[in-house]
Write a protein that binds this ligand. Structure first.
Ligand SMILES: Nc1ncnc2c1ncn2[C@@H]1O[C@H](COP(=O)(O)OP(=O)(O)OP(=O)(O)O)[C@@H](O)[C@H]1O
Ligand SMILES: [Mg+2]
Length: 580
């Protein structure tokens, strides 16, 4: 409930609209409540006395009241929709913007499916309740109080039927709400799980196919789907039992009013018109109760949704600028790791890196070599502060990266991540993603250096070729080369290539290296590679073993001093197999 209230703060820019909607709603109630009273007048004073002009006058009043009520209702809807849609859009925007501030560590906490569900269905859920609230919330209690008071004011004896009817209804509603509330929450949770299953399946559908796991995936989906279906069904079933019961109660009430009212009419203590009006008011007392009990389930779903949304909005980006972060215009590119320790979990967890120390001078190419899982990607992620070190420090030009302004830092770092992700759009737009105003010449130069120009111009539409979602119409190696071009285009002082040529053949890889040598003369580059052929010419090779620097030096010294390095070399290139 608390979270829900906090989410409702996003309604405050629309206070005016919300207040207008509420006022109009109150006016609807006033006009609606007058109608049964007019019916009573028509019957008791018009029909009974045969007063035709009074009947016509009152009927006209009734029509007037209905038109007025309809007009107020339309006005209410206009303002309510304006407020709730604005609220929804604002909330979604802040959620989206919040997610953009997330660092890698925050992103590790949520799956894409979870984020998607929260951005769409959870927000929609809350929007629904806000809209319903603005259209019903005040209406229901006002209508209820109004009807009951009028009933007692008109004929308190007859109105005492409510003493039986109301407690019964309230008990029923309470039972219903208790049962249905957790179910609404569950529906939302199941929906989230279902979205997660869907998202994973759809992004991994090629893997599913290649491992012939269709049946397994179908089962997983069916499980999630059946659960969602089952819970939703129970909610609907409960509703469909609940409504007839309330309706039956209402009809019993009507019968009671007609019976006791009839007796009173015979005795002369009540009029037929009163009884008609009473039946009307009875409906307008029960209707709000029904509406509110319907809303109760929705409110609990919205509360659950609010909790999930606040969970995101409350997440502090793990990596943030310090208040007095240093702006950085020029960077030379001297990168120093000083006794760096790192683990993914704050609570210590398994250390991924321990005691890592080395220096990369400006213009040097540092190769990082090591078996899979040895911590290579983790190490380079510390340079642009995708994660922060747990111990020691990483400095650039002598300044701790944690003291630099993050945007400045990252502007100087060009990175091609291990998994080349392209956005849907043209190849050109993908290459100039980091520098949207780059000229065509710059784009082509970057593509040429990444050995991508040739295959790009091979496409009928060249640089304007559309890349499908996640770049499905490019091969793995082509994607990697576009990603390298994207990193090169920003003319970074520090270039990081994380296994960026793993899907490129040795020959092309050598060409890329050659081009890089020229391009990166005064810049610092970090190259992660599995193939030793890639690292032979590096100024410095760091051999990582289980998160520790096992050896450091250039190829020649390592061949002499490091048994691990010699082993890798021999296993990959055989004895004396020199690769240029
Ligand atoms: N986001 C993460 N959260 C938690 N642990 C992680 C995360 N990423 C990597 N790890 C763990 O950190 C260790 C080092 O992983 P890292 O990705 O740095 O290895 P790597 O040397 O780059 O391997 P590869 O050659 O396969 O890319 C592994 O044990 C891995 O399980
Ligand atoms: Mg890696």
């Amino acid at each position: 409930m608390n979270d829900f209230r906090r989410v409702l703060k996003y309604l405050s820019p629309y206070r005016k609209e919300a207040i207008m909607a509420t006022i109009l709603l109150a006016l609807v109630v006033v006009t609606d409540l007058s109608i049964p009273r007019l019916v009573q007048v028509i019957i008791d004073q018009g029909v009974a006395a045969g007063d035709m002009p009074l009947i016509i006058r009152t009927s006209l009043l009734m029509i007037g009241a209905s038109v007025l009520s309809a007009t107020f209702m339309v006005g209410n809807t206009i303002f309510a929709v304006r407020a709730s849609k604005g609220f929804e859009a604002d909330l979604r925007e802040s959620l989206f913007k919040k997610i953009q501030t997330f660092s890698f560590g925050n992103l590790d906490d949520f799956t894409t499916g979870q984020l998607l569900t929260r951005l769409t269905s959870d927000i929609n859920q809350i929007h629904m309740i806000v809209l319903m609230g603005l259209r019903m919330f005040t209406r229901a209690p006002l209508m209820f109080i109004g009807s009951v008071s009028i009933m007692f004011a008109t004929n308190s004896q007859l109105a005492s039927i409510m003493f039986v009817l109301l407690p019964l209804t309230i008990v029923l509603v309470a039972i219903f709400v208790r049962i249905v509330q957790p179910l609404f929450t569950k529906v939302q949770e199941r929906l989230e799980y279902m979205n997660q299953v869907l998202q994973e399946n759809l992004s991994g559908i090629r893997v599913v196919k290649s491992f012939v796991r269709r049946d397994h995936e179908n089962q997983k989906f069916e499980g999630a789907n059946v659960e969602l279906y089952g819970t939703s069904l129970r909610v609907t079933q409960l509703l469909s039992v609940f409504f007839p019961i309330i309706m039956a109660l209402l009809n019993l009430g009507t019968v009671a009013i007609i019976y006791y009212g009839g007796l009173q009419v015979f005795e002369g203590t009540a009029s037929v018109g009163q009884i008609m009006a009473f039946i009307n008011y009875l409906f307008s007392t029960m209707f709000p109760i029904l509406m509110l009990s319907m809303m109760a389930g929705q409110v609990s779903a919205a509360t659950a949704s609010s909790r999930r949304i606040m969970q995101i909005l409350d997440s502090e980006p793990e990596v943030q600028d310090k208040p007095d972060a240093i702006a950085l215009d020029e960077m030379k590119g001297r990168v120093v790791f000083e006794d760096v320790a790192f683990s993914y979990r704050d609570d210590g967890g398994d250390p991924v890196l321990t005691d890592v120390s080395f220096t990369a001078e400006p213009g040097e190419t540092v190769a990082i070599l090591g078996s899979t899982g040895s911590g290579k990607s983790s190490l380079i992620n510390l340079i642009p502060r995708f994660y922060d070190v747990s111990g020691g420090r990483v400095t650039i030009d002598g300044v701790d990266v944690r003291d630099l302004r993050m945007d400045d830092l990252r502007r100087h770092v060009g990175i091609s991540l291990q998994e080349a992700v392209l956005f849907s759009g043209t190849i050109r737009d993908n290459i100039r993603y980091g520098l949207p105003d780059a000229s065509d010449e710059e784009v082509i130069a970057a593509a040429k250096a990444a050995q991508a120009h040739e295959f790009i111009t091979g496409f009928p539409e060249g640089y304007d070729t559309m890349v499908g979602q996640r770049g499905v119409n490019l091969s793995g190696g082509q994607k990697q080369r576009v990603a390298i071009a994207r990193a090169l285009l920003v003319r970074p002082t520090i270039l990081i290539l994380d296994d960026s040529t793993s899907a490129v053949d040795v020959e092309t890889e050598a060409l890329i290296e050659e081009a890089l040598e020229e391009l990166m003369k005064d810049r610092t580059s970090f190259v992660i590679a599995q193939r030793i052929s890639t690292v032979l010419k590096a100024d410095k090779i760091i051999v990582l073993d289980d998160g520790q620097v096992a050896a450091e030096g250039n190829h020649d010294t390592l061949m002499e001093t490091s048994p691990i390095y010699r082993e890798i070399y021999e296993s990959q290139l055989g004895d004396g197999g020199e690769v240029q």
